[in-house]
Design a protein around this ligand. Structure first.
Ligand code: F6P
Length: 333
């Protein structure tokens, strides 16, 4: 193998640049050339390819976003689109591809590999942390910390004005971000798709809290594929309890910003391992981290299998929002 390509695809995530840098440096140390493919699969289809060397990756480790740019490419989902991408791969002599993205990116990569024998290794890069095969994906830690900072600030005003706040966080169809920033931010309530909660239950617990003397509360809401859903929830709570509230949608600030040390280290580790994996001859897989160790999973698993919330964190989230008592507390009652 002489030349590899690297692209970032789907939603950008803080730490992607650190990963690109590690890929280029690892490839360079193995005598491989790296081509940077701009704007994800869109750039691959359109031949938007440039040579990346160590100099091109200088001073990017601390930057959020991705220097390669990214895109969501409907064209790549078509056979014609992929045929054009394959022509570009051949034209540039790219033998291996490092794909940095989420499950949609890897699904696209699996289809591409079934149509042309290019070697593919994925690296999980999404703030959502919903990729099967890795405990953490690049960008998640930064997103959780950005959301947490916002929640802490909102708590100051919630306490002062004695208000109920609904803080909506990203996460696509999962509650990974909501769960971690909700626990860390001491949220009174957590609404995540993995733990269905009715409006009645939510109102009952809020009512109990306010009856017992609470004067403010923060409910962390996972967008769960319905961005803006918090407005409807807030309306229903007002109608049932007469509680005035404010809604804050954190939105894309969770995707931007300088990556945390944890994200930079994870990204660098996985970028280096992706190149090592290609060099070793292994492909059609994703490199991730499981219980602190590097793990390689079949690429197909990453989009076919559903990643679950960590049971301990789920239990903690349930405990803190008053859904569950410890068995010891209920014994003998
Ligand atoms: O997948 C990352 C993510 O930020 C999700 O959390 C969110 O639902 C989605 O992307 C938003 O996408 P867009 O930036 O295209 O609106």
């Amino acid at each position: 193998m002489k030349r590899i390509g690297v692209l970032t695809s789907g939603g950008d995530a803080p730490g992607m640049n650190a990963c690109i840098r590690a890929v280029v440096r690892a490839a360079d140390s193995c005598g491989l050339e790296t081509m940077g493919i701009n704007r994800g699969y869109h750039g691959l289809i359109n031949g938007d390819v440039t040579r990346l060397d160590r100099r091109a990756c200088a001073n990017i480790i601390h930057q959020g976003g991705t220097v390669l740019g990214t895109a969501r490419s409907p064209e790549f989902r078509t056979r014609e689109g992929r045929a054009r991408a394959i022509e570009v791969i051949k034209q540039w002599g790219i033998e291996g591809l490092v794909l940095i993205g989420g499950d949609g990116t890897f699904r696209g990569g699996s289809v591409l590999a079934s149509e042309y024998p290019v070697k593919i290794v994925g690296v999980p890069g999404t703030i959502d942390n919903d990729v099967y095969g890795s405990d953490f994906s690049i960008g998640f830690d930064t997103a959780v910390n950005s959301a947490l900072q916002a929640i802490d600030k909102i708590r100051d005003t919630a306490l002062s004005l004695e208000r109920l706040f609904f803080v909506e966080v990203m996460g696509h169809h999962t509650g990974f971000i909501a769960l971690e920033c909700g626990i860390a931010g001491g949220a009174e309530e957590l609404l995540i798709p993995e733990v269905p909660t009715s409006i009645e239950e939510l109102c009952e617990r809020l009512r109990q809290g306010f009856d017992s003397g609470k004067r403010s509360a923060i409910v962390v809401v996972a967008e769960a594929e319905q961005p803006g859903i918090s407005f409807r929830i807030a309306d229903e709570v007002r109608d049932r309890l007469g509680l005035d509230s404010r809604v804050v949608i954190l939105g894309h600030i969770q995707r931007g910003g300088s990556p945390t040390a944890r994200d930079r280290v994870l990204a660098s580790k996985l970028g280096m391992t992706a190149v090592e994996t290609l060099v070793s001859g292994r492909d059609a897989c994703m490199v991730g981290e499981i219980r602190g160790e590097i793990a390689c999973s079949p690429l197909q698993d990453t989009w076919e299998k559903k990643k679950q919330l960590h049971p301990d964190l789920k239990k903690l989230g349930e405990l803190f929002s008053g859904r569950k008592a410890f068995p010891a507390m209920t014994e003998g009652r």
